[in-house]
Design a protein around this ligand. Structure first.
Ligand code: AMP
Length: 400
């Protein structure tokens, strides 16, 4: 089965609740899906549905579940892929009872990559075995679940110890495993879980790419957005100028290239952006303006962000009709803000053409992959800023 690509750039919140049977995964899931607007995936529930509907998968799983064993990874991958495929626009997923084996941890990695997202945290709820057994026996009085009886419970716990518990090391290595004690009251455990999620959300960077033709206002909007949301403004043009001014080694190279009328190669731009990503402390994210300009640069950005472990959150394009662009650039050329590249009509037209030929395909690529939010750039600076801000906040509203 092939997953449809997620047709939006999503700041998803993906959580896995981990723990032995009776740890309270189902109980806390109810609150979390409501609070964070998540799509709930319980492999146990999905399997019980398959059994109820007497499907082929259900028939294969029935006896294993009744004995307290683990259903095969082949069956699990089928039901979980189907559910995720059908809900690509979810705000995020809450996994309950998955992954339960090392293989399933890899399966989850693959599924998240397909959705251009990742698991934010695995929250492990720990309870002593006697507490598990007592809770499940009590649940068995009303749940109607044939596997909530003492013999099967013991087997389920044995399976947990042998096959599921080792999965924790996979997430410890990734640094996203949070172990909580679950033999406390429900509100106490809930508070611990919410604290973990809050701190994870705060760690996340907001990475925005701002596109637009020259004259669309992307520079002034980008700087204003950076200031408003505590983002690092990454504009390659000024970055190159800064290096020349500071007379760094790279600056000297750039100066020589400029003097010979040559373009600055991507190798230099990559180094500068990489430095910026690595040296920026205490920023809430990055806003890229004037980069990526070409398809090659879009792959570079994808690679740099992947290396930095912080995916794109939002791609915005400010749209302004061509005649208005020319009018604005021509007006600017008569002021002190005149850029060396808009001193003549021929130069202005050349820049617009350059954008059309090289950058529009990049926007199209991103639109296909993640969705690009288009904003009408006609209006006052404040009016457009309000629209851009709305889009940025929109991405976060369900998560904060
Ligand atoms: P649960 O509702 O999560 O307690 O699951 C009930 C039963 O379904 C388990 O004891 C297993 O037999 C089966 N099961 C649920 N999720 C998985 C999984 N991820 N991998 C293998 N078996 C599972």
């Amino acid at each position: 089965m092939i997953l449809v690509s997620c047709n939006k750039i999503s700041i998803m919140l993906n959580i896995a609740l981990f723990g032995p049977p009776g740890a309270g995964k189902g109980t806390h899931s109810e609150f979390l899906i409501e609070e964070y607007n998540l799509f709930y995936i319980s492999t146990g529930d999905l399997l019980r549905k398959e059994i109820k509907n007497q499907t082929k998968l259900g028939n294969q799983a029935q006896n294993i579940i009744a004995s307290g064993g683990l259903v095969s990874d082949e069956i699990i991958v089928q039901i979980i892929e189907k559910t995720i495929t059908e809900n690509p626009d979810a705000n995020g997923f809450l996994f309950d009872g998955f992954p339960r084996t090392y293989i399933q941890a890899y399966i989850l990695e693959g599924l998240m990559i397909k959705l251009n997202t990742s698991l934010n945290c695995l929250i492990s709820l720990d309870v002593p075995e006697v507490v598990s057994i007592n809770r499940l026996l009590k649940r068995g009085q009303t749940s109607g679940r044939s596997d909530d009886n003492e013999t099967v419970i013991k087997n389920r716990l044995k399976e947990y110890q042998e096959k599921t518990l080792p999965v924790l090391s996979f997430y410890k290595d990734k640094g996203i495993c949070f172990e909580l004690q679950s033999d406390k009251t429900i509100p106490e455990v809930r508070e611990d879980i919410v604290n973990v999620i809050k701190s994870e959300l705060n760690k996340r960077l907001l990475n925005i790419v701002l596109f637009g033709y020259p004259g669309s206002g992307r520079g002034s909007q980008g700087r204003a957005i950076a200031q408003k949301y505590g983002l690092e403004y990454v504009a390659t043009g000024p970055m190159l100028g800064e290096e020349i001014e500071k007379r760094t080694e790279i600056g000297k190279e750039i100066k020589a290239l400029y003097e010979n009328g040559q373009l600055v190669p991507d190798e230099i731009v990559v180094q500068l952006i990489e430095q910026k990503l690595e040296n920026s402390e205490n920023v809430k994210g990055f806003i890229f303006k004037g980069f990526p300009r070409t398809l090659v640069q879009s792959y570079i950005l994808d690679g740099l962000l992947k290396k930095h472990g912080s995916p794109l959150s939002k791609i915005i394009e400010i749209e302004v009709p061509t005649l208005e662009l020319i009018r604005r650039l021509d007006e600017r050329s008569k002021t002190d803000n005149c850029m060396p590249y808009d001193t003549s009509t021929a130069k202005i037209v050349q820049r617009l053409q350059e954008h059309e030929q090289k950058t529009v395909p990049v926007i199209e690529k991103y639109n296909e992959l993640h969705g690009v939010v288009k904003i009408d750039g006609v209006g006052t600076f404040e009016e457009v800023l309000k629209k851009v801000s709305f889009e940025i906040e929109n991405g976060f509203k369900n998560l904060k």
